[in-house]
Design a protein around this ligand. Structure first.
Ligand code: ADP
Ligand code: GLC
Length: 483
């Protein structure tokens, strides 16, 4: 089989610029796909962090006037990735978050910024870079949602398009009067095109016009086709259900490997799990928790937002901590949640420790030092932290939604008896069910042998990109064959 050229289009990539799991996926998938005979090049906006990381930059094309200013298309490499970068200082030369201004609000010109990203991808799809003609354009989330739309504006051959939904809560909806500024003709402003309840919907347009739609777990693929989970796009997704599929995420098993992890006090594998106690101790010290090996330690590594259900942890905190258990939380986001966890630290000194901000090393230390990891999300397209937890021998306690439902095997009586459980699931997502799961975890933790079996089961599971990459490769081949 000849190698396929894939242009992956995204607004963030680990380790260069990251706000969430999207970056992890976009950063790890290319090398896994290379094993499947795919040549992946990733197109990114020219944020300062991207330009700084870019090695061997070459100028491929100049746009004298591109969405309000001059821009150039660069190629180069960074962090083992082949990159194309749209360097448009008037759009991307801004510090901090890729999406938010320093006042915490969306940049007012986000429509233009990410339309520019999609337009560049479409141009590459139509031959702008003769040395790299994509067979497939793989567009991630709303920021790349206009790619299939722009590709339709020019007649002639075009690559197959795939849009992946990482989170349907973010849709990129903008006023209709931007149409002209975004280079979109009135003819595409229809219900079959970019129009979305009288506005322009970037994700909607992508879902309407892409050849294939994927999301990041089979259960989320079903949930988004229901009125409860579809956030107003369920009708469209049901109408296109024959091209919708769910492919579970993996994690980068080199970045997340407890046997080589430089962030940990002690490295370990499933034969040397006792060494984890040194990491627990170090974590307790780092976050001001009582250095007690006999206190069960729950961890959280999460964005703090409504999605993640951490208000349930706050509401159930006294039950979670009863009997001397502890909580180590790393998170950032919603101010009210941040303040509440800060207060909890004062109310439960030595039992609640938190760091409010982004800290890559601490994320690893919580995975390598906690006994259990809480992921009580209201919805979760896939979730990566429960996969990291499995690999690190921290037992996931999760809600039964989306990718959490697809990745964790609940340690019910039968799963314990047959030795198949890997964590605890609860549903529906409410306080009573969450507290039940906390109690079940605390109860089983006292049975050291049973707990050890859960750890080993999780650590044996393949949570790498190996299998998902094969599924993406099959999907790519099937759309190229059809085109
Ligand atoms: P989402 O993309 O919805 O935030 P995921 O579970 O898919 O959720 O991915 C989250 C990623 O971000 C994981 O790699 C996790 O370790 C990381 N992460 C989340 N919050 C923080 C934080 N405060 N500091 C460091 N890493 C974080
Ligand atoms: C989104 C989702 C998360 C998923 C990640 C990567 O941010 O919230 O569940 O794991 O994308 O696909």
């Amino acid at each position: 089989m000849r190698p396929l050229n894939v242009l992956s289009v995204a607004s963030e990539v680990f380790p260069i610029i990251k706000t969430g799991g999207l970056a992890d996926v976009v950063g790890a998938l290319p090398s896994a796909l290379a094993q499947e005979g795919m040549k992946v090049v990733t197109l990114l906006p020219g944020y300062p962090a991207v330009l700084k990381a870019l090695n061997g930059a070459e100028l491929l094309h100049e746009y004298p006037a591109f969405f309000g200013g001059p821009a150039s298309l660069l190629s180069g490499t960074a962090a083992d990735l082949d990159l194309l970068v749209i360097d448009a200082p008037h759009l991307f030369e801004r510090p901090g978050s890729p999406y938010l201004a320093p006042n915490g609000r969306d940049w007012p010109d986000n429509a233009r910024r990410f339309a520019a990203l999609s337009r560049t991808a479409a141009d590459i799809g139509q031959g702008l870079v003769p040395a790299f003609m994509p067979d497939i354009i793989h567009a991630h989330d709303w920021q790349a949602g206009l790619v299939p739309g722009y590709l339709r504006l020019t007649p002639g051959p075009r690559p197959a398009t795939i849009v992946t939904i990482h989170n349907i809560a973010f849709q990129g909806i903008f006023p209709a009067d931007l149409l002209f500024e975004l280079g979109l003709p009135a003819s595409i402003f229809t219900v079959d095109g970019v129009e979305y309840y009288g506005q322009i919907g970037f994700l909607k347009a992508g879902l309407q016009l892409a050849d294939r739609i994927t999301t990041v777990s089979p259960t989320y693929a079903k949930e988004i086709q229901t009125p409860e989970g579809g956030m107003a796009l369920d009708g469209l997704l049901r109408a296109r259900s024959s091209v919708v599929s769910g492919i579970l995420n993996g994690i980068d098993d080199q970045v997340w490997d407890p046997s080589t992890d430089m962030h940990l006090a002690r490295s370990y594998d499933r034969e040397s799990l006792d060494a984890r106690s040194a990491n627990k101790r170090a974590l307790q010290e780092r976050l001001g928790l009582k250095p007690d090996p006999d206190a069960m330690l729950f961890g959280v590594v999460s964005r703090l937002s409504e999605q993640k259900g951490l208000d349930l942890v706050l509401a159930g905190l006294s039950r979670l901590l009863s009997g001397g258990a502890q909580l180590a939380l790393l998170g950032a986001g919603d101010k009210t949640l941040e303040d509440s966890f800060q207060s909890a630290r004062i109310v439960y000194p030595g039992q609640v420790g938190c760091f409010l901000g982004y800290d890559e090393a601490l994320a690893h230390q919580i995975q390598g030092g906690s006994d259990a990891l809480l992921v009580p999300s209201r919805f979760e397209p896939c979730g990566l932290t429960q996969l990291c937890a499995m690999r690190y021998g921290s037992i996931p306690v999760v809600s039964r939604v989306g990718g959490l439902a697809d990745t964790i095997i609940d340690a019910n009586e039968m799963a314990i008896a047959t030795g198949t459980g890997t964590g605890f699931q609860f549903g529906p997502v409410n306080l009573g069910a969450a507290i039940d799961a906390f109690e079940r975890a605390k109860h089983l933790w006292r049975d050291k042998d049973a707990w050890r079996r859960l750890q080993v089961n999780g650590m044996k599971a393949d949570v790498s990109w190996h299998r998902p990459a094969k599924q993406y490769a099959d999907l790519y081949r099937s759309c190229v064959a059809r085109a």
